[in-house]
Write a protein that binds this ligand. Structure first.
Ligand code: NCD
Length: 303
C-alpha cells in the first residue's frame, strides 16, 4: 500500500496489524521510537482548520525521528491563493519530503493528490468524504477500551450526512463479526446511501432519538453538526444542539459503555460527563498520536 486515501484499502488483517503497531508505538515512547524513520521528512498540507490531526501527525513524525514541513492554512498561505492547482502543489511538495498529509475541503482531493504524487499521500480529511486516520484511531480506541470489536453495538450520533469520521468508521467496523450499528440523526442528516451500500452485510438501525439504545449500546460515538458544510446557516441553527450527552443520559448507560467523540465538541457532551470513566474522548484523542506513528511507519517501511 503506497497511499492512505480511503479505508476501503484496508482489510481486517491490515486493520488489526495497524492497531497492534499503534500499541507497540505507545510502549516504545518516549525514546525508543526515535530511530524508526530517521532522516525522513513529512509535509503537512492543511487547507482546512485542524488541531488534533495536524499536531498529532507532527508529534508522531517527531516521535519517529522524522522532520516536518508544514502549512496549516494552505488556502491562504500556499500558492493555492495564487491559483495553483492541487496537482501542481503536490508535484512540487513531493520533491521536498517523503510523505504528504493532506486535509482539503473538497471530497476526492486526497485521491486527486495521490494520482500525481511520487510520495505517499495520507488523507487527513477530504470534505465530507473520508477521514481514514481518525477512523483507525477510533478502532484502536474501541479495541483498547472494550478489549473486543466483534459483537459490539455502536451508536453513531449527530451529523451522519456530513461527518467524514463516521463515513470511514462504519466501513471499518463492517470488517468485524456481528457488529450492530445504530444511526441516530435528524432525517435530513442521515448516513448517505453510498456508505450504506458499502456495509450491506452489517445489521443497522436508523433512529432519530437516543432513548431506545441508552441501555444497550457499548459505544456512543457522538459527532458535531458540521457547521461549515451548510450553505444556509439558518438550516444549521435548526440542528445545532439537537443531541447532548448529559449526566441524566449517562446514568442510563451500561457501566462498561464508552463515550467517544472525534472532537471538537461544541455542546454535544456536557462537560460534567468528563469525570466519568466512561468518557473516552480525551484518551481517544491521545490515541491519535500512537495510531499516526503506526500509519507513518507502516507506509514508509519500505521506502
Ligand atoms: C473531525 C474532522 O475534521 O472531520 N475532527 C478531527 O479530525 N478530530 C471532526 C469534526 O471536525 O467534527
Amino acid at each position: 500500500m503506497k497511499h492512505l486515501v480511503s479505508v476501503n484499502q484496508l482489510d481486517r488483517k491490515a486493520l488489526l496489524e495497524l492497531c497492534s503497531l499503534a500499541g507497540k508505538m505507545k510502549k516504545m515512547l518516549p525514546d525508543a521510537s526515535r530511530s524508526i524513520q530517521p532522516y525522513k521528512r513529512v509535509a503537512t498540507l492543511f487547507y482546512e482548520p485542524s488541531t488534533r490531526t495536524r499536531l498529532s501527525f507532527e508529534a508522531a513524525a517527531q516521535n519517529l525521528g522524522m522532520d516536518i514541513i508544514s502549512t496549516e492554512n494552505a488556502m491562504q498561505f500556499s500558492s493555492a491563493a495564487k491559483g495553483e492547482t492541487l496537482e501542481d502543489t503536490i508535484r512540487v511538495v513531493g520533491g521536498y519530503c517523503d510523505a504528504i498529509v493532506i486535509r482539503h475541503p473538497e471530497t476526492g482531493a486526497a485521491e486527486k493528490a495521490a494520482s500525481v504524487s511520487t510520495v505517499p499521500i495520507i488523507n487527513a480529511g477530504d470534505g465530507t468524504g473520508e477521514h481514514p486516520t481518525q477512523a483507525l484511531l477510533d478502532l484502536f480506541t474501541i479495541k483498547s477500551e472494550l478489549k473486543k470489536i466483534d459483537g459490539i453495538k455502536v451508536a453513531l450520533i449527530g451529523d451522519l450526512l456530513n461527518g467524514r469520521t463516521v463515513h470511514s468508521l462504519v466501513r471499518i467496523l463492517a470488517h468485524f463479526k456481528n457488529v450492530e450499528l445504530y444511526f441516530i440523526s435528524p432525517s435530513e442528516l442521515s448516513m448517505p446511501k453510498n456508505v450504506l451500500d458499502q456495509i450491506k452485510g452489517v445489521k443497522f438501525h436508523i433512529l432519530n432519538s437516543l432513548d431506545s439504545i441508552l441501555e444497550i449500546a457499548d459505544v456512543f460515538y457522538v459527532t458535531r453538526i458540521q457547521k461549515e458544510r451548510f450553505t444556509d446557516q439558518s438550516e444549521y441553527q435548526k440542528f445545532a444542539g439537537i443531541y447532548c450527552i448529559t449526566a441524566e443520559l449517562l446514568n442510563k448507560m451500561k457501566n462498561n459503555a464508552i463515550i467517544m467523540h472525534p472532537l471538537p465538541r461544541v455542546g454535544e457532551i456536557d462537560p460534567i460527563v468528563d469525570n466519568d470513566p466512561r468518557a473516552a474522548y480525551f484518551r481517544q484523542a491521545e490515541n491519535g498520536l500512537y495510531m499516526r506513528m503506526a500509519i507513518l511507519s507502516y507506509l514508509l517501511a519500505d521506502s
